[in-house]
Design a protein around this ligand. Sequence first.
Ligand code: NDP
Length: 306
Amino acid sequence: MGIQYDVIIIGAGPAGMSAAIYAARYGMKSLMLTQDIGGQIATADVVENYPGYKSISGNELMQKFFEQVKYVGCEVKYELVTDIKKDADSFRVFTDSSQYTSKTIVIASGQKRRKLEVPGEEEFAGKGVSYCATCDGAFFRNKVVAVIGGGDAAIKAVSLLSQNAKHVYMLVRKDKLKGEYANVKKLENFKNLDILFNTEVSEIIGKKFVEKIRTKDGKLIDVNGVFIEIGGMSNSDLFAKIGGKIDERGSIMVNDRMETNIPGLFAAGDVTNYLPDFRQAIVSAAMGSIAAHSAFTYITHKEHKE
Ligand code: NDP
C-alpha cells in the first residue's frame, strides 16, 4: 500500500487552500488535489473586501494563498478527482491518473456557473456569450454588451465592462438588485449603463457571432456580447454518490464544525449549504480552517480510543 494521508483536500479556492494551510500546520500529512489554483475568485478583476488588502486582483490574492500552501509543506497534485470510496477506517480517492488513501477528506470543490438554458446560449458560447467579464471583457471595447443577473457577480461584471464598452444593458429578472451596498452604489457612476428590471432573456440570436437578444416580453436588443452571471451550482456530485446529504439546491450539508453526515468527511466553502446568500472569500477561508481543525480533532479522538 502507498502512503496514507491524514487529509486529502479537494479544491484550491479560498476554502481548500485555507484548509491546507491549517492542516499542514497541525502536522497532518496533507495532499491537495485540484485542477487549478484559486477557484472562482481568481477571475475577479478586483477584490476590495479581503482584510489586509485594500485592493488586489482575485488572482494575485489566490497566488498569495498558494505561496503559503507551498510554504507550509502541503503536497499539491493537479489531478481531477473522479471517485471517492469509504472503507472501514479510511477513504480511497480516485483521480484521472492515480489513487490515494486518506484518514479524512475535506471537500472544497466550490461551484460551477449556472446556465441560462435558453436557445443560442450553447451555440454562441465563446462567440459572444461569456461567463467571465474579467477574462473576455477586453474583446468588447466600444461594443454593446448585456449582462444577465442582479447579484454581486453581475454588478461586478457591469462595473468592469462599463469602463470600456460603448453601452451596457443589465437585465435583472426581479424589480431590484440584490448585491452589496458598496457594489450597487458604484453603478451610479456609469453613464453608458441601462438597467432593465423585470426583464428576462428568452433567446440569444446571431449568425457567426451574437447579434441580438430577445426578451420574454418580445423586445429585441442589439448586442455584440452577453455575459451570464446568474449564480452557481455546487460541485457535489461525488459526495452525493457516496451517500452524502445534500440540500434541495445540491449543496453539501454541513454543521458549524464543517462535518457532513459521513464521519471523517468534511466540506468547506461554496460547495456547502452554509450561508448560501453570503458567498465570500473570507467566509470560505474561515470554513476551510474550521474543516482542517475538525479533521485534526477527528483523527486525534479516534487514535486516542484505539
Ligand atoms: P446570486 O445568487 O447572488 O445572484 C444571482 C442573480 O441571478 C440574481 O439576481 C438572480 O435572480 C439571477 N438569476 C438566477 N437565475 C436566473 C435566470 N435563470 N435568469 C435570470 N436571472 C437569474 O449569484 P452571484 O453569482 O451574483 O453571487 C453569488 C454569491 O457570491 C453571493 O453571495 C454574492 O454576494 C457573492 N459575491 C460577492 C461579490 C463581492 O464583490 N463581494 C462578487 C461576486 C459574488 P433572483 O434574485 O430572481 O433569483
